[in-house]
Design a protein around this ligand. Sequence first.
Ligand SMILES: Cc1ncc(COP(=O)(O)O)c(C=O)c1O
Length: 416
Amino acid sequence: MPEREGPSGSLWPKELIMLEPGESAWQVVLKKIQELSDSRDPFMVANLGVLASRHRAFCQALPRVSPFYAVKCNNSIWVLRVLASLGTGFDCASQLELEQVLGLGVAPSRIIYANPCKPVSHIQYAARHGVQLLTFDSEEELTKVAQHYPGARLVLRLWTQDSESVFPLSAKFGASLEACECLLKSARDLGLTVVGTSFHVGSNCQTPHSFMQAVADCRRVFEMGRAFGHDMSLLDIGGGFPGAEGCEPQFEEMARVISAALAQDFPEGSGVEIIAEPGRFYTASVCMAAVNIIAKKAVLEAGGRRKLLYFLNDGHYGIFRIFLREPLPRMPIVVKEFCSEPPLFPCTLYGPTCDAFDKLFQEEVQLPELDVGDWLVFPSMGAYTSAMSSTFNGFLPASTCYAMEHELRSLLGTAP
Ligand SMILES: Cc1ncc(COP(=O)(O)O)c(C=O)c1O
């Protein structure tokens, strides 16, 4: 990511765009497309102000829950810096993420190392830097922690029903209720401190009911923990909240159900601190991506059906890796003027590499006839996009330019 020295010695992004009040990322994208007549490299525009409005929405809808942003979702230093200034905590999955967040001056007490299966060297790093909250879901992890970080404050991750989520996680993580008792006993026998429970209902969860069941399970495990002498005082409700613009179910509706579950099982005054690990909720709608058509083929199929293959300058190995795992194609905005409503053709959208797997969607999408040099814009591209990209075949993924309003820049001026 391009960065340069800012006016007060702090690092500012090389391409920092100051937004006028009411100016949108979409307007910035269109302006950039007009300016970029020669270079047609893919790019993203990140409106960092969206982070502040997402944070406000989260705190308003779930006032009892402190957000610990999941760094894995979008680890741009600018996203992290804005969130640190807004006062969120952070969920880190590895040493590198811990280094990034600690490097911003965030206090170790505002970090949870929430990967239940950690390399020993990363546990040792957390111990050296005082990041005490660590999740676990197995006996083996307890053995490692007992040896390398006996002073950790452990959080037991429970298995959840995640079949209603676009990206399930429970095949890989989470202890069943039956296993929890043994784990809590082993932790006690090893002299370890368990302070609470966590869960993750799967990313992009489609129903708040998954949260209800998981919160009720946590209450049972709190009781088990207390019976083994653990001071159970932290509930972590994980991530999974949808984040794309205009998506259903709406976050506020989900938050109402979650708040009711919390009021029932962990009522105010119970002395339990509640945190969450939202990722895509904060960053999905921060970015728009603009990609260019670099090649095109028209194919006449048996029966005379005309099909179009468009080759884009970013693809599965760049910022679109998550697309092939999504159930429905995300339709791009076509940046082209037509005199009248154009006819649509079945199209396949390929990325730029020599791999035939490198396409955006399994299915065909319906688009008008376009030309080499035309632009497509994808909204809601801030979550699990650049963070998952590679330079396979020598293609650089879309670079990001950052936009913010003056107010946010002033806030960052005093950031760590
Ligand atoms: C442990 C953990 N916490 C939080 C998240 C963030 O999830 P989401 O982006 O769905 O909010 C993930 C995503 O995989 C995760 O594994």
